[in-house]
Design a protein around this ligand. Sequence first.
Ligand code: 5AD
Ligand code: SF4
Length: 437
Amino acid sequence: MNVYDSARMGEALALGGYAAAQAPEEADLIILNTCHIREKAAEKVYSEIGRLKKLKEKNKNIILAVAGCVAQAEGEEMLNRAPILDLVFGPQNFQTLPNMLDELQTRRRQHIKGGIVQTAFPAAEKFNALKSMPRKPLSRQPTAFITIQEGCDKFCSFCVVPYTRGAEISRPADDIEREARALIAKGVCEITLLGQNVNAWYDARAAFGLAGLLKRLAKIDGLARLRFTTSHPRDMNDELIAAYGELPKLMPYLHLPVQSGSDRILQAMNRQYTSADYLRLIEQIRLVRPDIALSSDFIVGFPGESEEDFAATLDLLREVEYAQAYSFKYSPRPGTPAAEKEQIDDAIKTERLYRLQALLTKQQTAFNQAQKGKTLPVLFEKLGKKQGQMTGRSPYLQPVHVMIAESIRNSRDLCGQILPVHIEKCHANSLSGALVG
Ligand code: 5AD
Ligand code: SF4
């Protein structure tokens, strides 16, 4: 979501004459778009500001901004801790970036000191503004994100998102379709719909949810692939599950965070499902799309997690067999209920994370190995790291590296094309193979 927000900020700035710099040393304006989900992510911001301070000491005209959820959570406090900052604005405020920059220039002319802070929650206003901001991708990319939903009303007891991104809000279907069509007209052929709770998306006027939206977007010529992320198990309704069997453009990959396999911990997390509910969903999805690749998020060391609770998580993993997953040590976030509870020793968290990740790596490797010998449609996205190589994605989101003969490279631009690739090798996080035919 921050990648999407950053892209939109770039597009808004381009309208005002800005162009992307290649390095901070060359920039007039530097925006750090930040994440507050775990403490580590938030701390990185201050060390980065420390580095950028040196640039600003050399050139006072540089504008230094912090955007995103750290800015939202800390607001004025950021200016106290880092007075070198000129702008601090939350994730619901970036549409006013050109105005903030104008105001800053006026202030500078009048020698008014101090930075500007904007952390109100005008989410509906932002979505409205996005409508009139033309999508002008700064680089030619066959894949694109569209934020369709933001915020969260679920209040999982570990999570800061409902406080930083605000209440759940959906963009209207017409606006999303317009943005999709603009991207497709520019050569985009894969769209990933984004939202903190993307499957809670709902258009009250059109009276349909995410399944209806996917069906509508799948009708657009030129669009080859659709994805969405991140979903909550509670909103994985029958219609959406059925869509996996009905829409060939909907890619067979689902990120469905479970967080824990222990019902006791799931309840303490306020997730509002049991591990059996989750497993039932997986079974239903596999029934309509047997080749679906599954991904998840896990938290280890949530307050009160016993060895038995952790063992239940490992059991769930074995039951599901994930194609890939993200896993984290629980990180207490100020203001969230779980942060008030007695905390688990960090050494225990580290050890559990290690065991969990060892099993996940095994599963991911097995999933990748299973592709060997198959022919997969690969959407080519960019040049690979090696000379003569191109990199794309399989339907299961695996990066696939392919050496392309010079004669083909010279005669055709493969970027944005979906071509069959015979998978020959499996690496830690990617596959490689050869073009068929
Ligand atoms: N500590 C650790 N991980 C967290 N996540 C969210 N909040 C926390 C936290 N306080 C993880 C969840 C979520 C993912 C985006 O980040 O697993 O699904
Ligand atoms: Fe955070 Fe997701 Fe829970 Fe919302 S549903 S509170 S975004 S973890």
